[in-house]
Ligand binder design. Structure first.
Ligand code: MTE
Ligand code: CO
Length: 425
């Protein structure tokens, strides 16, 4: 959407007001509350406390942490969702983030047997099966392969899974927070398989994790040779234990379950192994009783991260609507935003990199005067696929599913600025 003249004007007014009048100029209850909660002695014309004393010197913070005023920006979980903490999920605080990169400490976690704490010296990656030779690679061995850097989203197939039967969880952290997007450094899986040498009948790869769940998934060889990575780093530093330290599989655009963490074994075979995670789990039960299986690709999806239930509108006037979009089929070509529950659409502005199987950040600017809004976003990818409405998705898939819910999300903005998760019929 191109910012129109009235929005431009209003922003100028809003900013001028802010300088002159502080909270009152912004006119919003939330902004006013925030300003009043602080210590007036730190506000102009006083000299604030942090100017009157020396701060920590270098070395005090050997590994940097966010400001203590950002303590609320954390992964959160929903206790009633899972029976145990070890087989559970924590969600990315999408409403507190901007740009496309998820900071390492805020990437959602999904474990089936808790976090394995692996001593890298005692870890090996075994490659065997239909290969000319078996490999047993140390971390040092992996470092000797050529490596690449790739930014990709990872979305759990169960993301938005609670929303199949209607609006449920109040916050994009919970409805959409099983996604993160980081830069991985890793060895193309193709190079490792070439090093082992593939037999002519090789067709599938089994990936196995070293955690207590020994997570295993079958991966078609064509995908393995295309763009999969055996990654050791995220956003430059070594993988975090939560994300599979010291080595994980990266399967761009495909369901998160296949991105095996704490990767210890790759077996080459000629057919899928039919393991639990691809027969009982990660299948989609259709209305006629049949189940979709091997639904690897994550279809195009988007969500408005602000405003959203955990990030209400702070003030009337100029409003920046922002969110994330992604597609497991390639790049996001366009994102549209609706303010009226999908009746009218305008094109959002994508800002920042547009990369293959990565998140994009979008913005739509408007003028809000306290009227009710029904905010929606829809992603369109470079194959022409358009993110469907929840109703259209249910027409095909029914409501028995857990996985692969990429329907359009609606947030209702109330006159108070509060936002809630709703559905429009
Ligand atoms: N790998 C192992 N070894 N164990 C697991 O429990 N969970 C899978 C996948 N890989 C899992 C695993 C699931 S379901 C998802 S969605 C992603 O890891 C989550 O990755 P993350 O924790 O880095 O967000
Ligand atoms: Co998952």
């Amino acid at each position: 959407m191109n910012e129109d003249a009235s929005a431009r004007l209003s922003r100028r007014r809003l900013l001028t007001g802010a300088v002159g009048l502080g909270a009152a100029g912004l006119g919003g209850a939330a902004m006013a509350g925030r300003a009043l909660a602080g210590n007036a002695d730190n506000l102009p014309p006083h000299v604030p406390e942090w100017t009157r004393t020396l701060g920590d010197g270098v070395g005090v913070r050997a590994y940097g942490q966010p400001s203590k005023f950002e303590k609320h920006v954390v992964r959160r979980d929903v206790q009633w969702l899972t029976a145990s903490r070890e087989s559970s999920v924590s969600f990315t605080p999408l409403h507190e983030l901007d740009g496309i990169i998820t900071p390492n400490g805020l990437c959602f976690e999904r474990h089936h047997g808790g976090i394995a704490e692996i001593d890298p010296q005692d870890h090996r990656l075994i490659v065997h099966g239909l290969t000319d030779k078996a490999l047993m690679l140390t971390l040092a061995d992996l470092k000797r392969f050529p490596r690449v850097n790739r930014i990709h989203f990872l979305e759990c197939a169960a993301n938005s899974g609670m929303e199949w039967r209607g609006a449920q969880l109040n916050g994009c952290q919970y409805t959409h927070g099983m996604v993160h997007c980081v830069q991985y450094t890793g060895v193309p899986l193709k190079l490792i398989l070439e090093e082992a040498g593939l037999k002519p009948n090789a067709k599938w790869i089994l990936a196995e994790g070293a955690d207590a769940s020994a997570m295993t998934r079958s991966l078609p060889l064509a995908k393995a040779l295309d763009d999969c990575l055996v990654a050791t780093r995220m956003n430059g530093e070594m993988l975090r234990p939560e994300q599979g330290y010291p080595v994980r599989l990266v399967v761009p655009g495909w369901e998160g379950n296949m991105w095996v963490k704490w990767l210890r074994r790759l077996e080459v075979g000629d057919q899928p192994w039919q393991v639990r995670e691809e027969t009982s789990k990660y299948t989609d039960l259709l209305p006629d009783g049949r189940a979709r299986r091997f639904t690897f690709v994550m279809d195009a999806k988007s969500v408005i991260t602000s405003p959203s239930p955990q990030a209400p509108v702070a003030a009337k006037g100029f409003l920046v609507i922002s969110g994330l979009a992604w597609s497991g089929r390639g790049t996001v070509r366009r994102v549209d935003v609706s303010l009226d529950g999908g009746r009218n659409w305008r094109e959002a502005k994508i800002d920042g990199p547009v990369l293959d199987k990565a998140c994009v950040r979008f913005y739509a600017e408007t003028e809000w005067n306290g009227e009710e809004l029904l905010l929606q976003s829809r992603a369109i990818d470079d194959t022409g696929y358009v993110q469907p409405t929840k109703d259209d998705l249910r027409k095909i898939r029914g409501t028995n599913s857990i996985y692969h819910n990429n329907g359009i999300q609606t947030w209702r903005v109330a006159p108070s600025g509060e936002v809630e998760n709703v559905e429009v019929g």
